[in-house]
Design a protein around this ligand. Structure first.
Ligand SMILES: [Zn+2]
Length: 148
């Protein structure tokens, strides 16, 4: 149990104001009902009252309690047969990462051409021309040799 540090006095009619911060975080609105509990060690606990009607159709017949909600048997049956809406996974992430890394098969001929066009260029100059790292150039060069 957490101490909110908030203290309120009862007025002359025995009423108490629930601090708006608590109403906000507990989702309690004006007009809502609250229910009181007394714990074994004498604490008074207050909770937003949830009626036992079905959260979907408001019936009170054959209602079960599930994950903080009341659901009637008929709505439960409908839920079971409701088509599951798949969460669409955006392909954007996959695409961008595959685009970033240019395939070796695309890069090899470009490197070959760069080496022919600039035979005097250093490995770092070649890397700059192709927009890849120096280590990538040396890797690709090895593949070129292997191919040749
Ligand atoms: Zn229902």
């Amino acid at each position: 149990m957490k101490d909110t540090g908030m203290i309120r006095s009862l007025d002359s009619l025995g009423r108490i104001v629930i601090p708006s911060e608590i109403r906000g975080t507990r989702n309690i609105e004006i007009g809502d009902s609250l229910e009181f509990f007394v714990t074994d060690d004498g604490m008074l606990v207050m909770r937003k009252y949830k009626s036992t009607e079905c959260a979907f159709c408001r019936t009170l017949d054959s209602v079960i309690y599930y994950k903080d909600q009341f659901v009637c048997a008929s709505c439960l049956q409908q839920l079971k047969h409701a088509p599951a809406v798949p969460v669409q996974q955006s392909p954007a992430i996959e695409e961008s990462s595959s685009k970033k890394r240019i395939r070796v098969s695309d890069m090899l001929p470009r490197l070959e051409q760069a080496l022919i066009d600039h035979p005097e260029a250093s490995q770092s100059e070649i890397a700059q021309m192709l927009g890849i790292s120096q280590s990538r150039v040396s890797q690709l060069k090895k593949q070129l040799k292997y191919k040749a």
